[in-house]
Design a protein around this ligand. Structure first.
Ligand code: HAM
Length: 421
C-alpha cells in the first residue's frame, strides 16, 4: 500500500527546509526588532469566527473553508488565515488595553480549498503580524516597511508594492451604491456568484477570478473618487510617508483584497519572478474587526506573507547559496577502534555548538569522502588503523584539499579553535 500527499499539500524536505529555517529565523529576528511578540493560536476555531471576520460573501468563506462538525456536532474550521484567530485570542486573553498598542506575530499553516496551481496550495504557511490599538498611519507605514526590509534582508529582488484605500463605513455605502448601479448595467457579463454578490456585497466582485467578471471590473468606477475627506487625507499621508522612506509603490485602484474586514489602506507586495500567483505578502488596516469580535473599539493593521511563494522566488534567485552548510566537520572513520576513539570527540564538539556528523557504519574511505562532500562539510577528519597506531588524525580542508596531521590528544581543541561557526 503506497500513500501520496493530499492534492494541494506539499512536503518540505531537506535541503529546502534549510531555506525555510533561514527565512523563519530572519523574519522572527526582524519582527522582534520591530517590537512584535509571538502568539500561537489553535489551527481550528469555531466556524462563526471566520464567517464573521472574513465575510459571508467572500470566496474564502463561500467556497474555500475546511469546515467540519466535531463529534458533538459543533461546526469547526481549519484556519484559512491568521488575523481572525489572533484578534479572538487577544480579546480572550485580555491582551488589549485601551490606549496601549499590542504587537503580535505568528507563523504556521493555513488552509484554503482553492484550485491548486504553482504557488497556490490548500495547506500553505504564513508569517504574519498584527499591530492592534493605533490609528496612526505610521503604523501602516511600519508594516509595509517591515515587509520591504525583510525582502531586502533575504535578498529577494524584483518586488513591487501596490496600495489602495478601500474607504471606511462613512464613505463605503456611497461607493457601494455607485458600484451596484454600474454592475446592474452589466449584469449579463457577470458570473452567477457575482450576480448574487452584486446585491449583497458588490465590492467582492472586484476580486472575482472569472475572466468575464475581470473585464467588467476593468471598466468600473474607482473607489478613490468616492472616499470621504478623512480617508482621502489618510491615503495622502501614507503615500507621502512612503515616499519619504524611499519605498517605491504603485496605486492600484482595483485592489480591494479578498477579505471583508479591511478599512482604509490595503496593500499587496508582488514578485516579478512568479507566475499568476504573484502576491508574496499582503495586508492592510482593519479598524472595526476588534469591536466586531466583541473586543474594545480598537483600530488595527497587519500583514501576512506566503512562505511557499517567498521560498520559490528565493530558490530561483539564490539557490545553493542559501542551502546552508550541512555540517562543519565530518568524521571519516575506518575500523572499530577509530569509531570508539572518535565518539567522544564528536560528542564534545557537538556540545560546543559545532555541526558534526560521522560515519559509524563500516564503509570504504571513498564512500565516506563522498558523504562528506554531499553533506558540504567544511572539514573532514580521517582516522584509520594507521592513524590510531600513530596517535594522530588527518584533518582535510574540503575546499583547499589541504591535509594536516594533528595529534589525537590535541584534536578537539584544534578543531574548536578554528572557529568554524
Ligand atoms: P491573504 O492575502 O489572503 O491575506 O494572504 C496573505 C499571503 O498568503 C498572500 O499574499 C500569499 O503570499 C499567501 N497565500 C494566500 N493564499 C495562499 C495559497 N492558497 N497558497 C499559497 N500561499 C497563499 C491574509 O491572509 C490576511 N490575514 C493578511 C493580513 C494580516 N491582513 C491584516 N493582517
Amino acid at each position: 500500500m503506497k500513500f501520496n500527499s493530499v492534492r494541494g499539500t506539499k512536503d518540505i524536505c531537506p535541503p529546502e527546509i534549510e531555506l525555510w529555517q533561514y527565512l523563519e529565523k530572519t523574519a522572527v529576528e526582524l519582527l522582534q526588532d520591530y517590537g512584535f511578540s509571538e502568539i500561537r493560536t489553535p489551527i481550528f476555531e469555531e466556524s462563526g469566527l471566520f464567517n464573521r471576520s472574513i465575510g459571508e460573501d467572500t470566496d474564502i468563506v463561500e467556497k474555500e473553508m475546511y469546515t467540519f462538525a466535531d463529534k458533538k456536532g459543533r461546526s469547526l474550521t481549519l484556519r484559512p488565515e491568521g488575523t481572525a484567530g489572533v484578534v479572538r485570542a487577544a480579546i480572550e486573553n485580555n491582551l488589549l488595553a485601551q490606549g496601549n498598542l499590542t504587537k503580535l506575530y505568528y507563523l504556521g499553516p493555513m488552509f484554503r480549498y482553492e484550485r491548486p496551481q504553482a504557488g497556490r496550495y490548500r495547506q500553505f504557511y504564513q508569517i504574519g503580524a498584527e499591530s492592534i490599538g493605533s490609528s496612526s498611519y505610521w503604523r501602516d507605514v511600519e508594516i509595509i516597511l517591515w515587509c520591504v526590509e525583510f525582502f531586502s534582508r533575504i535578498g529577494l529582488s524584483g518586488i513591487k508594492v501596490y496600495i489602495n484605500s478601500v474607504g471606511c463605513p462613512e464613505c463605503r455605502p456611497g461607493y457601494r451604491e455607485v458600484l451596484q448601479k454600474f454592475l446592474q448595467e452589466n449584469t449579463t457579463q457577470l458570473c452567477a456568484d457575482c450576480q448574487r454578490r452584486m446585491v449583497r456585497n458588490p465590492l467582492r466582485v472586484l476580486d472575482c477570478k472569472v475572466e468575464t467578471c475581470r473585464q467588467v471590473v476593468s471598466r468600473m468606477p474607482a473607489i478613490q473618487n468616492y472616499l470621504c475627506q478623512s480617508c482621502r487625507d489618510n491615503f495622502q499621508d501614507i503615500q507621502q510617508a512612503l515616499q519619504k522612506e524611499n519605498i517605491t509603490f504603485t496605486v492600484d485602484k482595483f485592489l480591494v483584497r479578498g477579505l471583508d474586514y479591511y478599512t482604509q489602506v490595503v496593500f499587496e507586495i508582488k514578485s516579478e519572478n512568479l507566475g499568476a500567483q504573484d502576491a508574496v505578502a499582503a495586508g492592510g488596516r482593519y479598524d472595526k474587526l476588534v469591536k466586531e469580535l466583541g473586543g474594545p473599539d480598537m483600530p488595527a493593521v497587519g500583514f501576512a506573507l506566503g512562505m511557499e511563494r517567498v521560498s520559490e522566488v528565493l530558490k530561483k534567485q539564490r539557490a545553493g547559496a542559501l542551502m546552508e552548510t550541512w555540517v562543519d566537520i565530518y568524521f571519516a572513520l575506518l575500523g572499530k577502534q577509530a569509531q570508539q576513539e572518535s565518539f567522544n570527540f564528536i560528542r564534545d564538539l557537538r556540545q560546543s555548538g559545532l555541526k558534526v556528523e560521522a560515519c559509524l557504519e563500516d564503509k570504504s574511505l571513498k564512500n565516506q569522502m563522498r558523504q562528506a562532500d554531499q553533506g558540504k562539510a567544511k572539514l573532514t577528519v580521517i582516522i584509520g588503523e594507521e592513524e590510531i597506531r600513530k596517535g594522530i588524525a588527518m584533518v582535510r580542508d574540503m575546499q583547499t584539499k589541504e591535509q594536516k596531521e594533528i595529534k589525537l590528544n590535541d584534536l578537539v581543541s584544534f578543531l574548536k579553535e578554528l572557529k568554524l561557526k
